[in-house]
Structures are given as structure tokens and as C-alpha cells.
Ligand binder design. Structure first.
Ligand code: FPP
Length: 257
């Protein structure tokens, strides 16, 4: 039996006993994470920044596995932004190599792990080998419809995503496939990289920084943001539990009274 079932069973028992319903509340359906603090983690140890990213990749593995045991349906992670190209060639190359290694491993273990992959961002600017791995991971995992889905934001910027979506919509209007009057929020959402993926309920940013950095601006308008002081490489399942507890303390009104 998966731990997810154990959690649900425990919760049901607690409900019957009329105990505080906030004990073991269910995890949100969609959690998004800005994996921040790798550089500072490395600096504190006198290590190169790439060592921080390697430790960050390990933290991702740990948290992705934990999300699966919690029954989280979608996990979206900010792995490389449209602004991250400003970093040194060595650092950019290091992050790309980690992503490539992870994707090769994910493709190899796909039949065992059943994780579904999607990629948000403009992949056309990536090295062709990495692009190929992204498409392979996405296509080969597309059948795992009911399993956890990891959305990697790669060469992703929220403003860039919106511009690319606007261009695609304008091209469809020019081709006579639809008209300007057809445009609504739900129609526009389908032009975004995240088409078909529900908005995240919870966005977590570790490392102590309190800004959104061009991450999912369209999708996160009503997300609950939880900022945490822990650096991403140190992020543990217990930190995710804390963020989920904080999420459940929020009063989500979506603009209503
Ligand atoms: C932000 O921390 C982190 C990034 C720009 C890169 C994130 C990449 C990874 C965690 C590795 C990707 C690989 C896999 C398999 C997920 P920062 O470098 O800006 O940290 P700082 O603010 O402390 O300098």
C-alpha cells in the first residue's frame, strides 16, 4: 500500500473521532517550486556554484519522490530561466549537464517509475541533444495520464511564455482559424506552455528571497506563496510538510468576500 493511502486512512479515522481536521490535511494537487539558493549553499562550503546545483538536483529527486508519496498530481520546478543565460558558461553548462543526466536516467527508468514529464519554456534555444531528451521524456511518458506529472521550466520566463502565446493566437487569427472576439482567459490559457495543467495552489520559494522572478505569472494569480529561509539543496520532506501546513492555514477567497 502506498503511503498516500495510509495518510488518507489516518485522516478518515481522525474525522470519525472528531479531531482537528487540519491534522494530515491532503497535499495540494499542484505544487510549484522556485529551486533557489544553490549558489549560496555552495559558497557557504567554499565549493564552486556547480556543486550547489548538483546538490540542488539531489534535492529535486528527494522532493519529487516525496510529492509522489503525498499524492501530489503536478510538480512544477523552475530549473532554468530566460534570465539565467547571464551566468558564466561554466555554470550554465553545469546546469544543462545535470538536466541531461537526469533526463537520461528518467527515460531509462520510465517503465519502473511512471512519471509524466512536460516542459515549459522555449526549448528551441537549448542544445539539440538536450532538446531531444526533453521531447523523448515528454513523448515516452505521455501515456502515464494518471500518474504524477513533473513540469520542468527550462529556458522559461513568464513574460516570454505570454508573448509566445500571443504570437500563436495572432497567427491563428491571421490563418482564419479563430477571431479576436473568441479570446477569453480560458482560450488564451490553451496557448500557454501550461495548456491543460491546472494552476498551482501552492508556490514555494526557499532561500529567503521574497519575489516571484518571472515564474508562472499567469498561472499563479491566486496561488498561495510560501517563502522559506532554507536553501534549496537543504530542502527536506519536513520542509515541504511545513509549507503544506502553512498553505492550509491560509484563507483562500479568490477575490470573494
Ligand atoms: C537558483 O539558485 C537555481 C538555479 C538557477 C538552477 C536550478 C537548477 C537545479 C536545481 C539543477 C537542475 C537539475 C535537475 C535535475 C532538477 P541560485 O543559483 O540562483 O542560488 P543563489 O541565489 O544562492 O546564487
Amino acid at each position: 500500500m502506498r503511503p498516500q493511502c495510509l495518510v488518507l486512512e489516518k485522516k478518515e479515522v481522525l474525522f470519525l473521532a472528531n479531531v482537528d481536521k487540519t491534522v494530515n490535511p491532503p497535499a495540494p494537487n499542484h505544487i510549484a517550486i522556485i529551486m533557489d539558493g544553490n549558489g549560496r549553499w555552495a559558497k557557504k562550503r567554499g565549493l564552486p556554484r556547480t556543486a550547489g546545483h548538483s546538490a540542488g538536483a539531489e534535492a529535486f529527486r528527494r522532493i519529487a519522490n516525496y510529492c509522489r508519496t503525498l499524492g501530489v498530481r503536478y510538480l512544477t520546478v523552475y530549473a532554468f530561466s530566460t534570465e539565467n543565460w547571464k551566468r558564466s558558461e561554466e555554470e550554465v553548462g553545469g546546469i544543462m549537464r545535470l538536466l541531461g543526466a537526469y533526463l537520461r536516467e528518467a527515460i531509462r527508468d520510465m517503465e519502473k517509475n511512471h512519471v509524466r514529464f512536460r516542459f515549459f519554456g522555449d526549448l528551441t534555444q537549448l542544445d539539440p541533444h538536450l532538446q531531444k531528451l526533453c521531447w523523448e521524456a515528454q513523448n515516452q511518458s505521455s501515456a502515464y495520464e494518471h500518474e504524477v506529472q513533473v513540469n520542468f521550466c527550462l529556458n522559461y520566463g513568464g513574460r516570454d511564455e505570454i508573448l509566445r502565446a500571443a504570437r500563436k493566437f495572432a497567427a491563428d487569427v491571421a490563418a482564419g482559424k479563430c477571431s479576436e472576439a473568441d479570446l477569453s482567459e480560458s482560450v488564451f490559457s490553451n496557448y500557454l506552455d501550461s495548456a491543460g495543467v491546472p494552476d498551482p495552489e501552492l508556490v514555494i520559494r526557499p532561500s529567503g528571497e521574497q519575489r516571484t522572478s518571472n515564474f508562472l505569472p499567469w498561472q499563479s494569480v491566486y496561488s498561495e506563496y510560501v517563502f522559506m529561509d532554507v536553501l534549496w539543496p537543504d530542502f527536506k520532506p519536513a520542509d515541504l510538510d511545513k509549507a503544506i501546513e502553512e498553505y492550509h492555514r491560509r484563507n483562500r477567497r479568490f477575490g470573494g468576500a
